[in-house]
Design a protein around this ligand. Structure first.
Ligand SMILES: [Zn+2]
Length: 313
């Protein structure tokens, strides 16, 4: 039996001919040569895969129709660019360091003519929202607000920095207490006992911080779902962080920490992107080759293949 005929064998009892047209139940069986036109027609208003399948099943049929619809939508530039953003992933958290200055965060930025290196200790500057970079950001804001001209020796800036170091975080201890065991003298009036070392309290604060972090992670993860990891060489569609359009394509060239991937863009630039802004490029359609930088060999067949010639119900 010829393959073209064989694929109809399973449904032979439901096929009929009416006035020269082949019918499957009451659905019109579309010949190969017209399938592309039919798909274009069905997709005129850019419906999603589910709606497009539902509409098609009312009137037409060919073996592999479902897969062809998936591939068609996957390769539609408009639909792919306007895909919604991906969900949050569960919060990543490093273990809290054991000693101060065991782990640090640093950032370099410009303020006026000055280049400023901010350097914070992860343990003592451990921020309440779970991101090590938050402490760096706080200092950055301090510089920009109090010393916009770049004068870091001014009284105002020194007082601001002192206040930052003495301000307790959510765990009840200030960065100064975590590092030096006591508050630093500042212009705020304080009794001398408040400068006594509090090492025991510091251990308690550390435990409290662990509990707080667990709580933050639990709350955050309730709305999160992990995304599958990607491999080097994978072709991806990339979401623009500002327009939120999935209008760039590229290829993964290396894998970093914290779900970051180094992506070679079609333009040739190589940038870090978080997994949340990357999707696997699914299309096996010729249109995929129109995405700049994606060569003809870049394509993979659609992942779901539930179609063995028998229509879904
Ligand atoms: Zn579309």
């Amino acid at each position: 039996m010829a393959p073209a005929v064989h694929q109809f064998w399973k449904i032979r009892n439901e096929l009929s001919v009416d006035d020269g047209l082949v019918l499957f139940g009451c659905r019109l069986v579309i010949p190969q040569s017209s399938r592309r036109d039919i798909l274009q027609n069905l997709h005129a208003a850019h419906p999603g895969i589910v709606r497009m399948k539902r509409r098609a099943r009312q009137t037409i049929y060919w073996p592999g129709l479902s897969n062809d619809i998936v591939a068609f939508v996957d390769s539609c530039q408009v639909c792919q660019e306007l895909q919604p953003s991906q969900q949050q992933e569960p919060l990543l958290r490093d273990a809290l360091p054991e000693r101060v200055f065991e782990e640090v965060s640093a950032d370099l930025f410009e303020s006026g003519r000055l280049h400023v290196l901010v350097y914070t200790d992860r343990l003592s500057g451990w921020p309440s929202n779970g991101y090590a970079e938050a402490a760096v950001d706080a200092i950055k804001r301090l510089v920009l607000k109090i010393a916009p001209a770049g004068d870091l020796t001014s009284d105002a800036f020194m007082q601001g920095l002192l206040k930052f170091r003495n301000t307790p975080s959510e765990n009840g201890m200030s960065p100064a207490e975590m590092v030096f065991g006591s508050q630093l003298r500042s212009i705020l009036p304080a009794h001398r006992t408040s400068f006594a070392p509090r090492w025991k309290d510091i251990m308690t604060a550390r435990d409290r911080q662990h509990a707080l972090d667990d709580e933050v992670k639990k709350r955050y993860d309730e709305r999160a779902r992990p995304l599958s990891p990607m491999t080097i060489g994978s072709h991806v569609r990339i979401q623009d962080p500002h327009s939120l359009l999935w209008d760039r394509a590229g290829q993964i060239v290396s894998i970093g920490k914290y779900r970051s991937y180094r992506v070679k863009f079609a333009s040739g630039s190589v940038l870090w992107r978080n997994r949340r802004h990357l999707r696997p490029l699914l299309s096996d359609d010729k249109d995929a080759q129109k995405i700049p930088g994606i060569e003809g060999d870049a394509t993979t067949p659609p992942a779901n293949s539930n179609d063995d010639g028998v229509p879904e119900t």
